[in-house]
Design a protein around this ligand. Structure first.
Ligand code: 48H
Length: 259
């Protein structure tokens, strides 16, 4: 059989467009495809929810690829091991209570598991705004190609509707930032504002990241590092169990809401 270049192009354009149209209305839209966002996507999709992840960069995985200071290993604590087991990522016990996994295996394992469970991931797309409707509820996300932002082009975005939004954008907590910038000091924190991440303290940071995984505004939840940014918890360095536990927790909270 001869290969027709145009059919190759048609296959890509038509199937991508179909996917995008299919995901214009979802149960949960997740901003950020790092470890927390992918774990959340996995658990939501596994329960049959329609979930989409938008990742700004070419690759998902966020801060996980580089392990600690580019030594591409990730540390996990015991509580997070069932998640690694579930997605088939291998690890070894380094010392009692400290487990070590290959960063590349962890990112690719989480990504493959989320997609196979039914989560849809769009890379190269940035969340640049939220949609607000009745009673100031967030009802969706505003999207644009990351390349548009990088090039500084004046191109208007597209929107998707979602019952719930998860801010899994990492340290920057970008959805929370958009909300405070555009709607005012209305986050569910003590001041209504982002309380900002505190200095490194692995033990406390890993604990608070799960505690701080919660609803931060009407229909908007926060997961992963963004949780400690919003609620003023410490950073924790290259230990990643809390990110997975936070991703799983936000999925559980949303499954409850979607019931
Ligand atoms: C689309 C976006 C947008 C946007 C950002 O940074 P991440 O890895 O975040 P988490 O919370 O899953 O994991 C945090 C972890 O990697 C980390 O940084 C740790 C443990 N730090 C500790 C320390 O002490 O430093 O992933 C977030 C993803 C990234 O891939 C971004 O590109 C993406 O979200 N993203 N995608 N639209 N507006 N903003």
């Amino acid at each position: 059989m001869k290969l027709d270049d145009i059919v190759i192009s048609q296959a890509i354009v038509e199937s991508f467009t179909k996917d995008l149209v299919d995901y214009l209305e979802v149960d949960v839209a997740i901003a950020g495809g790092g470890p927390a966002g992918m774990t959340a996507g996995y658990y939501l999709a596994k329960q049959g929810k329609k979930v989409v992840i938008f990742e700004r960069k070419l690759s998902v995985g966020g801060g996980m690829w580089g392990g600690g200071m580019m030594y591409n290993k990730c540390v996990f604590q015991k509580a997070s091991l069932p998640i690694l087991d579930e997605v088939g990522v291998r690890y070894k016990e380094y010392r009692e209570g400290y487990f070590i996994a290959d960063s590349l295996e962890t990112v690719s394992g989480l990504c493959f598991a989320a997609i196979k469970a039914g989560a849809k991931i769009f890379n190269l797309i940035s969340v640049e705004d939220v949609m607000i409707r009745d009673e100031e509820k967030v009802t969706g996300l505003v999207l644009n190609w990351s390349a548009v932002g990088i090039a500084g082009l004046h191109v208007d975005p597209l929107t998707i509707r979602s019952k719930y939004v998860v801010d899994a954008s990492g340290h920057a907590a970008e959805v929370a930032q958009i909300i405070t910038r555009k709607i005012g000091k209305k986050l569910f924190t003590d001041t209504g504002e982002i309380l900002e991440e505190k200095p490194m303290w692995a033990e406390v940071g890993e604990e608070t990241i799960v505690k701080n995984t919660t609803e931060i505004y009407l229909n908007v939840y926060v997961a992963g590092m963004a949780s400690n940014t919003v609620f003023g918890g410490p950073r924790m360095g290259p230990i990643f169990g809390g990110m997975l536990l936070s991703g799983r927790k936000v999925a559980e909270l949303l499954l409850e809401r979607l019931r």
